[in-house]
Design a protein around this ligand. Sequence first.
Ligand code: TYD
Length: 138
Amino acid sequence: MNRVLNFKKRTGQLKELGELVFLEGMKDISFEIKRIYYTHSAKAGVVRGRHAHKKLEQLLICVYGVIKVMCDDSEVQEYYTLDDPAKGLYVGPGIWHTMKWLKDDSVLLVLASDYYDESDYVRDYDEFIKLAKEGYWK
Ligand code: TYD
């Protein structure tokens, strides 16, 4: 289901040089990346998401700040605090998810397995539960 991935990184010889993080499609993540998007300039307290996807696979990376992600598989809710740019959270199909900004101007970078397609979204929670109970994602 959801899982936290640790990316490779190179730390500068001097701390002030910072850290470089890198990941490669089909090596460090299991899907081909067809779309990249990011959400920025949101203030602490903002909640985004509130949907599930029928088929889309995504990798969520908080490249700046702190974002708490809730993942609900219709039976169990799990919470992840993304506060490290060298970690990513894999969110597969059939997971209702929300992202809550815990720090102003946190940046959420998302790598997605497919192009944008509104028909892949399930935006109604009751519909999500119905599909899950029918075994849509089994
Ligand atoms: P949505 O995925 O609901 O954002 P969030 O989960 O962060 O709240 O998308 C918000 C709007 O942007 C919605 O109208 C669909 C549109 N959108 C695109 O047109 N292309 C994209 O790649 C994405 C992710 C969203």
